[in-house]
Design a protein around this ligand. Structure first.
Ligand SMILES: Cc1ncc(C[n+]2csc(CCOP(=O)(O)OP(=O)(O)O)c2C)c(N)n1
Ligand SMILES: [Mg+2]
Length: 823
């Protein structure tokens, strides 16, 4: 909270009333004939064509799913098809005015939006641009299929490209828009401004906010539209996204060049159903969805209900909302009324609605009513539209015939070594700046930074000239080392932003960012709401748009609050895009120790289990700085664990201490912290220091030399160093502060057992925390592994220590007893 905002009792204790503005509902009153002065005749006709294309495309898919083929050609599409038959006008109306710079995100039901946005972009882009896009995208693979029989102009070819690319993607073919790795619910095509569609209900909400944030911070043209369903209004992340999007600071605290609301239209595609649940009358209480705007900010997000069965009403709304955004008064909220004739999916038997209800909407089918108004306005005859329909049907048949042909449209060979998915799970690039042409915006020279100056007087090493341990206050600690890497990167990459809870002014919850507030303007370092989902989700949107973000969840215990964003979004989009997107997002999370059950868990296993995330956990200042540099120079999502136990830990291992200059430690390389020949101890995180203590006891009391290896990274992880160590020692113990059951160390142990079986004299043993809640700090030794636990495990399972007395029995009977109890 900045000091400039003062809370006074006189202000906040005053009595009064809060008033609301009226929220417009379906206020568009014009007829098509009265729009002839605002629209070109061919545009009005094209609106109908685009709706007809979507209808034909979705009808084809419905037939494929229900009848096992289309146009006499059998095909078994095993994947999903959430169709939008009936919803065409809302998609085409929305896309009509948009340019390729305007980015549209969507839901599982987005085929129609993809086609509408694509058709609109094709209309607006020059032939030259279209040709370039088609020739370069996916190395020209998609174009190659459609250009073989091309006969028309570039725009016609581009329409073929769009239909085929979308369908090939739905059918999982390598020439699809995302090389078949996205599929029906996730397909997208960024050159036309079609951004990721999301199978998680409400999943696009916070991602879109992040995309709008990217545009705003980096002065990129265009706006962002988030299309989510009406039932998504009940999702927590949607609310977090709305809160994040409407933060006051955009319009008050950010500097002149960046002041103003986000360029975002949060559009609820309101078809009045979830799958079968009904937000109005059953599962929600708002009655009219647009009402929710009233609770978000004084502008009520300019909320409005618009008739999505009239494409012209939607165009009118987009035009007006675009003006609001252009004057810096966004974001805006639309409640676009529509209805799907089709089921939730083709297997839906519509048990939750009356046939008469569907028929009442079919009665006002926008394709029929809009066509009637075109004819009435003299823009065509029935015969003209019949002929146009034939052209549309032929387009869909052509796309279908090509997309089902396995010779023309093969799937990626995922059995091959170095397969497509192996290549796109991570992008593995080193990128100094995602906008090298721009000078990073900062407030003072790095040398003038008060913390940088303060650190200049500290010892870089925790060990003095005579080998003595120096006091922590005198040395550069782990939090300082992180700060040095982070602040330096802010002076090299203009797109880099940091945000999260208490990031500004407070200096980050654990003071890693102290000194950053002085260095960075608001738009590069800001406080977010307490919205872990939105912190993660907006970073996903920011990253996939082309910027680099470092975000913080105070405690890794809060990962659950950002579960979907971390597990399904951050980790997935590089691969689901077929390698078209990058995700340069570093998420800092900390592991606590003395704050009890909900603030002291090591959840490395959770994120390490999810394919698509890199995971690092340094335990020394030297490693922390080098790994942070690598994370902030990479192009992949990194979950960066830090232990609160050791934030002030000086460097004890690297000779010379923490270098002042930049250096990188590759993510994935463990490091020997103590050489030895009798036993290997592999640790993750702060457990390193307790392993060092145990190693000393082993040396002093039992004459055994333990080799201590610090994992430093978890994903990726190069096992070679550990295997080499085991070859020498024949024994390995693995330790971390994570609960032992399901710990990532169990995977490490199994792998080492498998790969180094011939060299091991005993199976690898994992020592972790008990499978309990984290108790009070005073009794933490009963929970976290301490040196005595290491010695117990070594004595009982690795090699007996002469004369050793067990501290806490952990024999076979005891392990069986505890496991039978689930503890
Ligand atoms: C988080 C989450 N919960 C549940 C589902 C299963 N699901 C898929 S679509 C859907 C209904 C979504 O309704 P709405 O958001 O209104 O979109 P619509 O299907 O009407 O287009 C549900 C419950 C899901 N995909 N994601
Ligand atoms: Mg719905």
């Amino acid at each position: 909270m900045p000091k400039s905002i003062s809370i006074t009792p006189d202000d906040v204790r005053q009595s009064g009333e809060l008033t609301f503005k009226n929220i417009p509902i379906n206020q568009y009153k014009r007829t098509l004939s009265s729009e002839l002065d605002r629209f070109a005749r061919e545009d009005l006709i094209r609106i109908h064509r685009d709706m007809a294309i979507i209808r034909a495309f979705e009808t084809m898919l419905n037939e494929v799913k229900v009848k096992g083929g289309y146009h006499g050609l059998a095909y078994n599409h095993r994947g999903p098809a959430h169709l939008s038959i009936g919803q065409e006008a809302s998609a085409v109306g929305q896309a009509f005015l948009l340019n390729a710079d305007d980015h549209v995100f969507g839901s599982h039901r987005s085929h129609g939006e993809i086609l509408a946005k694509g058709l609109s972009a094709i209309e607006k882009l020059s032939d030259q641009d279209l040709t370039k896009i088609m020739e370069t995208y996916n190395d020209g693979r998609t174009l190659k299929v459609v250009e073989a029989e091309a006969s028309g102009d570039v725009k016609s070819l581009a329409v073929d490209f769009l239909l085929y690319g979308t369908l090939a993607e739905i059918f999982g073919r390598e020439a699809g828009l995302n090389k078949g790795m996205g599929g029906s619910m996730h397909a997208f095509f960024t050159p036309f401004g079609i951004y990721p569609n999301n199978a998680i209900v409400g999943g696009s909400a916070d991602i879109s906010v992040g995309a709008a944030l990217y545009k705003k911070i980096n002065h990129k043209p265009g706006l962002v539209i988030c299309n989510i369903g009406d039932a998504a209004a009940g999702c927590g992340p949607t609310w977090e996204a709305l809160c994040f999007a409407t933060m006051d600071q955009f319009k008050t605290l950010w500097d002149d060049a960046h002041r103003g609301g986000l360029p975002l239209i949060m559009n609820f595609v309101n078809n009045f159903y979830g799958m079968g649940g009904q937000p109005v009358g059953e599962t929600m209480g708002f009655k009219v969805l647009a009402r929710i705007g009233a609770g978000l900010n004084p502008e009520q997000m300019h909320a409005e209900r618009v008739d999505g069965y009239n494409p012209l009403a939607v165009i009118d709304a987009i035009a007006r909302k675009r003006d609001i955004i252009a004057r810096g008064d966004g974001p805006v909220l639309l409640d676009t009324v529509t209805y799907r004739f089709s089921g939730h999916s083709p297997s839906d038997s519509s048990s939750y609605r009356e046939k008469s209800e569907i028929e009442s909407w079919q009665h006002v089918d926008s394709l029929v009513t809009y066509k009637a108004s075109l004819i009435e306005a003299g823009l065509g005859s029935e015969d003209d539209f019949d002929a146009a329909q034939q052209v549309v049907d032929d387009l869909v048949v052509k796309a279908y015939t090509r997309a089902i042909d396995l010779d023309l449209s093969p799937r990626a060979d995922l059995f091959a070594v170095n397969s497509l998915l192996e290549k796109v799970m991570f992008s593995n690039e080193r990128v100094v700046s995602f906008d090298a042409a721009r000078t990073p915006e900062t407030l003072l020279k790095i040398a003038d930074n008060p913390r940088v100056k303060q650190l200049a007087s500290k010892s870089r090493s925790g060990i003095g000239d005579n080998g003595e341990l120096l006091g922590k206050g005198k040395c550069v600690g782990l939090r300082d080392a992180l700060f040095e890497a982070i602040i330096d990167r802010f002076y090299s990459d203009a797109t880099l932003v940091a945000y999260g809870e208490e990031n500004r002014d407070w200096g980050g919850a654990f003071a890693v960012y102290r000194g950053l507030t002085e260095a960075l303007p608001y738009h590069r370092l800001f406080n977010s709401p307490i919205s872990e989902g939105a912190i993660a989700g907006t970073a996903v949107g920011y990253g996939l748009e082309g910027g680099r973000a470092i975000v913080e969840l105070m405690y890794c215990d809060f990962l659950g609050r950002a579960g979907d964003e971390v597990f399904n979004q951050l980790s997935k989009w590089q691969a689901m895009s077929g390698g078209m997107l990058k995700m340069p997002v570093v998420m800092r999370v900390s592991v606590g120790s003395k704050y009890g059950a909900q603030h002291s868990q090591d959840w490395t296993a959770l994120v390490s289990h999810i394919p698509g995330l890199k995971v690092a956990f340094p335990a020394t200042p030297y490693d922390a700085k080098g790994l942070m540099y690598s994370a902030l120079l990479g192009s992949d999502p990194v979950i960066f664990f830090e232990s609160q136990r050791i934030y002030d830990q000086p460097e004890l291992f690297h000779s010379g201490g923490v270098p002042t200059e930049a250096y990188e430690i590759p993510i994935g390389e463990p490091d020997i912290k103590r050489g030895g020949k009798d036993l290997t101890i592999l640790t993750i995180g702060a457990t390193l220091y307790r392993a060092m203590d145990a190693a000393k006891v082993l040396e002093d009391n039992y004459g055994l030399s333990a080799e201590v290896i610090d994992a430093r990274s978890i994903v990726p992880f190069d096992y070679n160093l550990v295997i080499e160590s085991v070859k020498k020692t024949g024994h390995i113990l693995l330790a971390s502060d994570a609960c032992e059951r399901g710990s990532i160390l169990q995977t490490f142990a199994a792998k080492i057992g498998q790969l180094a079986f011939d060299y091991l004299d005993a199976p690898p043993v994992v020592v972790g925390a008990r499978n309990w809640i984290t108790p009070a700090d005073e009794v933490e030794a009963s929970f976290f592994p301490f040196p005595a636990d290491f010695l117990d495990a070594i004595h009982q399972y690795i090699r007996p220590l002469p004369g050793y007395t067990i501290t806490r029995s952990n024999d076979r009977a005891e392990i069986l007893r505890r496991n039978a109890l689930g503890i």
